[in-house]
Design a protein around this ligand. Sequence first.
Ligand code: INI
Length: 189
Amino acid sequence: SVVKGVASPLEKYDGSSLRILIVHTRWNPSVVDELVKGVVDTMTKEHSVKSENITIQTVSGSFELPFAAQRLIAASRLQATPNAAELFSTLGENTGPPPVNSQTFDAAICIGVLIKGSTMHFEYISEAVSNGIMRVGLDTGIPCIFGVLTCLTDEQALERSGLGVSEKKHNHGIDWGHCAVELAIKNRR
Ligand SMILES: O=c1[nH]c(NC[C@H](O)[C@H](O)[C@H](O)CO)c([N+](=O)[O-])c(=O)[nH]1
């Protein structure tokens, strides 16, 4: 059978100095809240990320996630970088992300749950959001984790957030927490 899932990383990552941004939606809250809990518990309990270093913001729906992540990263840089005006001017010329040490978040995690309805709305949002979240990471130089479940049924959403009755249930937030810490640390090297 096809083995699915992610292999554990080769090294244990110490996240005690990491600053993490979590942006999550208010759509499908019972599932989203469980996913957020999976991310936070994994980072704090398995990687020593300090809870005071985790910033959590909410948006209405998944479509808003990339915009919010990009703007919150930009706003945090403005506060953290004394020569912000100069930094922003270079950013305007698309000279690529500023050096890691001028950033204030080490990783961002965008969390949402899309559930297919009876129209093509789901397909369009899923495509836009996945591309948007990828672009935030590439444009800012800060790892931006895709924490959006794109489900065809409610049962799929429950299963992938560790809720529901299926013995296959697994909270994907756990994987996203590991992924964020690993990439944040590797991005500093
Ligand atoms: O996060 C979600 N947003 C959804 N729609 C809202 C969308 O993300 C935007 O918030 C809205 O289009 C305004 O921009 C969903 N559905 O429509 O089904 C959904 O399932 N999940």
